[in-house]
Write a protein that binds this ligand. Structure first.
Ligand SMILES: [Zn+2]
Ligand SMILES: [Zn+2]
Ligand SMILES: [Zn+2]
Length: 455
C-alpha cells in the first residue's frame, strides 16, 4: 500500500507576517504601515486579499486562482456587498485593517492543516469542502435574483455551477444536508428566473380576468355577473329566465369566482399556471416544469478526511479496502501469495484462499441509494479489517471481489471467518448486500487465485 505525503501550505502565524494582495488599486492604497508586506502582483504569492474599490466577481475569482491557495481570506473595504468577504468595514484605516487581519488568522491556521489544493478533476469539489472547513461554517443556500439558478451559496462564489458537485459530495457522504427550497426550471434554457402567472387554457394569453359568479336560485342558472347586467342600469336580470334578481341570499347567491380571457373570451374555472422565462422568453406550463431542490450543506467527518487526504476517491470499495492494513495491490498479492504457497507446501502448513464476490453492486446501489450503499461498503470494509489478522492478505479485484489469503488457517476456520462477516453484515444494516463466498486450499487455492486474477 502506498502512502502519499501531501504538501501542506505554509501560512503566517502572526498578523505581521500576513502577505497582502491589494485588489481594486495598488498597494499604495493601503495604510502606510502595511505596504511593505503587500505584493505588487498576484504571482508573487500572498496570504489574504484586501479589496480597496468595487470590483466584480470575475476579477476576484482571477486573483484567487493565482493565489497560493483558493481559500485565501478576503477583506473588503469597498462596500461591495456582492463579494464574498470574510471581513468587511466601510473605512480602511490602520486599525480596521489590523482588526481584519487578526480575524483572518484562524482561517489561515485552518488552511495550514490542509494539503495544497492542486489542479485536478477534484479541485472544485475540494475548494467547496475547504471553504466550509477553513471558515468553520455551513454552506448556506440563499435566494438570489442575480443568478440564473435563483439560488446561490455565497461562500462558494467564483466556483461556477455548484449544484451537481454539492449533490455528489452529499451522495458520497462528504457533506450532510438540510432542505432549503425548491425552484422551477424553464424547460428551454434551465433558468429559474421565471415570471409566474395565470394564462388562458384556450389561447395562452395572460390577459385573464377574474369575474364574480352569480347563481339564480329560482331557475338554477349560474353565470358570470356580466351576463346578469346586460341592461346597464345596475339591475341584475337573469339571462335565462329574464326575472329580476333583487336580494342577495334570497333571490341569488355569489358562489365564487370564475375566469374570463380578455383576448379570446374563453371562460374557465381554473386558468393554467405558466412560467414566462426572463432569460429566453420561453414559456413553460407549470405541470411540465422540472423542479430542483436546494439544500444547506455541512461538512461531515468523512468530508474533512477527504480534504486532509487532498483527494475525493471516495466512491468505491477499492478505495475503502485499500486503506486497510492487510490490503495490497493484486500484483503484490500474487508475489506474497506464491511465497506463502511454497512455505505451505514445504512445511505442510495450512493456507486457505477465500473470495467474497459482491453480486450486482450497481443494482444494490440503485435499490438502497448511493449514500446507503456507500455506508454499507464502509461497514463491510471495517468488518473485514476486524476479522482478518495482520498476517492475512487482501486485495480487491474489479471493484467488487475481495480476494483473501489466510496463512495458518484451515478451511474450517475460514468458514468461521465467513460466518463472522455474514453475521456482521446482518446486524449492520448492510443486509441488502448480495454476495457469494468461495474458498479453497492446496492446489485448488492456487487455481482460485489464478482464476480470479486471470494470471
Ligand atoms: Zn428560459
Ligand atoms: Zn384566451
Ligand atoms: Zn333565472
Amino acid at each position: 500500500m502506498s502512502v502519499s505525503v501531501n504538501k501542506r501550505v505554509s501560512v503566517p502565524s502572526a498578523v505581521e507576517d500576513i502577505g497582502i494582495l491589494a485588489l481594486g488599486g495598488t498597494k499604495k492604497g493601503l495604510p502606510a504601515g502595511f505596504r511593505s508586506r503587500a505584493v505588487s502582483n498576484a504571482e508573487e504569492g500572498f496570504d489574504v486579499i484586501v479589496v480597496l474599490a468595487p470590483i466584480d466577481n470575475q476579477q476576484l475569482a482571477a486573483a484567487r486562482s493565482t493565489a497560493r491557495n483558493w481559500l485565501a481570506p478576503i477583506l473588503d473595504f469597498s462596500g461591495n456587498h456582492r463579494l464574498m468577504a470574510d471581513f468587511w468595514d466601510v473605512q480602511l484605516t490602520s486599525a480596521s485593517l489590523e482588526e481584519g487581519l487578526l480575524a483572518c488568522l484562524p482561517i489561515l491556521q485552518r488552511m495550514a492543516r490542509l494539503p495544497r489544493l492542486t489542479d485536478g478533476p477534484d479541485r472544485k469539489a475540494l475548494c467547496m469542502l475547504g471553504m466550509a472547513y477553513t471558515r468553520a461554517t455551513k454552506l448556506e443556500a440563499q435566494l438570489c435574483a442575480d443568478r440564473k439558478a435563483g439560488v446561490h451559496y455565497h461562500l462558494l462564489d467564483g466556483l461556477g455551477a455548484t449544484h451537481e458537485i454539492l449533490d455528489e459530495l452529499y451522495t458520497a457522504g462528504l457533506l450532510s444536508r438540510r432542505f432549503f427550497d425548491r425552484t422551477h426550471l424553464c424547460d428551454v434554457c434551465g433558468s429559474s428566473r421565471l415570471n409566474v402567472r395565470e394564462v388562458c387554457e384556450g389561447c395562452t394569453s395572460s390577459d385573464v380576468a377574474t369575474v364574480s359568479i352569480i347563481h339564480h336560485y329560482r331557475c338554477g342558472h349560474q353565470a358570470p355577473e356580466s351576463d346578469f347586467t346586460g341592461t346597464g342600469n345596475n339591475q341584475l336580470h337573469c339571462p335565462k329566465c329574464r326575472e329580476q334578481l333583487r336580494h342577495l341570499g334570497v333571490d341569488y347567491s355569489r358562489p365564487g369566482q370564475s375566469f374570463v380571457c380578455n383576448a379570446c373570451d374563453e371562460r374557465m374555472s381554473d386558468p393554467q399556471i405558466s412560467f414566462a422565462c426572463m432569460e429566453c422568453y420561453g414559456e413553460t406550463a407549470a405541470d411540465r416544469a422540472e423542479t430542483r431542490s436546494w439544500y444547506h450543506y455541512e461538512l461531515t467527518s468523512d468530508g474533512e478526511q477527504a480534504l486532509m487526504d487532498g483527494q475525493l476517491s471516495h466512491n468505491g470499495l477499492q478505495h475503502m479496502i485499500s486503506a486497510l492494513q492487510q490490503a495490497s495491490s493484486p500484483e503484490r498479492f500474487v508475489v506474497v501469495f506464491e511465497q506463502l504457497m511454497s512455505v505451505s507446501k514445504r512445511y505442510k502448513r495450512d493456507l486457505t484462499v477465500g473470495t467474497m464476490q459482491l453480486v450486482d453492486l450497481e443494482a444494490f446501489r440503485e435499490e438502497v441509494g448511493s449514500r446507503a450503499a456507500h455506508e454499507a461498503l464502509k461497514e463491510l470494509s471495517s468488518l473485514v479489517s476486524e476479522v482478518l489478522r495482520e498476517t492475512d492478505l487482501l486485495t480487491v479485484v474489479d471493484g467488487h471481489l475481495l480476494l483473501m489469503a489466510l496463512p495458518e488457517t484451515s478451511i474450517s476456520v475460514f468458514y468461521r471467518v465467513e460466518e463472522r462477516i455474514r453475521e456482521g453484515l446482518v446486524s449492520r444494516a448492510a443486509n441488502a448486500l448480495q454476495y457469494e463466498f468461495k474458498e479453497a486450499t492446496g492446489d485448488e487455492a492456487a487455481q482460485l487465485v489464478r482464476e480470479v486474477l486471470q494470471a
